[in-house]
Design a protein. Sequence first.
Lengths: 171, 331
Amino acid sequence: MLKAAGVVLVLLGCSGMGWYAVSKHSARIRMLAELEQALQYLYGEIEYSGCDMIELLDKLALRQGYFEGLWENMGDCLRSYDGRGFAYHWTREIHNVETIGCLKQTDLDLLCSVGENLGNMDRQTQLRTLEIFQARLREILVQARREFGEKAKVSSIVWITAGLFLTLVLI
Amino acid sequence: MDKMGSRKEEVIHILAVGLRKLLDFGSMDFSKLQEIRLRVGAPFLIVYDGKEHFLDRAGRFTKEVDRAYTVNQREIRETLEHISNYSMYAFEEELRQGYITVQGGHRVGVAGKMIWERQGAKSMKHISFLNIRLAHEVAGCADVILPYLIREQGIFHTLLISPPRCGKTTMLRDLIRQLSDGDGSRDGMTVGVVDERSELGACYLGIPQNQVGCRTDILDGCPKVEGMMMLVRSMAPKIIAVDEIGSREDVEAMEYVMNCGIFLLATAHGNSIDDIKNKPVLGRLVREKVFGRYVLLQPGKIGKIQAIFDERGSVLFSGGQQQGLSGRYAC
């Protein structure tokens, strides 16, 4: 009886790990998609309204999502005029995003580059730069979506297999 | 926060963190701070109480360039970020003009590599030189001249003349304020201001940062010619004020304004009325006695009135500094 309970627990634990890995992939895709939307929004607003960055961040902060806190904190940081540059605050604040661990290093590098290139150039260059970031982000997103099914399947199988193997070893 | 505290905050806020430390070190009287000049690889320089000073690493005044704090590219970039609210793209038009007005009405002149296209200046990049000119209001500086400009129906068309940096814009601003507000003996008048270079009202987000009076409407950043026409058509002003007139188009617009029964307050560069008279376009207005009053500021002395003339050139007021100007001036 005790063995059976142990087997169930191990299997459940390993399945949970598999589920966690899959949800992490899924969260990464949602985060990248949210970021893509944010860049699109910034592009549109800079092109048509020319609002300043603080106002844009405030507007972005009204949208709920993974980066809600980032936009809000960035707005607050910029309003404080503490003498630091935009990129400094940006790099610091993106590491405070709760789910930042779901992103890969390449995603993080791209995110940091966005911050280094926001607000410090003329409109035309700013729009071109945002276009480049959007294109790169789209590529990453397409690849992540394409890989998702496969990765989900592999993660589930690996963790369940690991669970079965552990069960066998333990028995 | 008192006015001086807020002035300090306004100045400190726009500087990079490394630079603000220098100004924050000592017990600097920010009311005497006139200019901050930042150049990449050059000493941190301020104009304080009318004199130039370098600042060393401890924020102390020094005359020795070697001891002065050297400004670097990063500090210029960070300062620009603050000046533009981290949004350089939103200040393209201002950059084309070569300056940005910040909160408090302070003006930041910028210089770097200009990008030109057929229509003219397109943008500016590699900005390496900043000149932060702090706004100064001298309320009451026009007290002496105001009585000479007033007449029963309103005011005389008036031209303030001086070389650059003698205070004519400050004088004009105070005239606008006093004429707009009025006082116990005189009703206020609606004043329309065409503030092409944002010097008079120093509007920030559309709100004048300088005191320009309660009956004043400002067209900020608007070319003088178009602005004068727009004000006549839309705001029904009794007085229109413009700074630094000189071109043929300016003069034509001014004549249009005067023919509409609106009084004109304007400034022009010059050392004397002769200078104005010798200008091809503006000189005609002097010869035709269009202006009822000329206020001449003393070159080299900020805000010092040299003389006030009427349309015939008679001296109505003399500052008593230059003997040659007493007596009649033949226009």
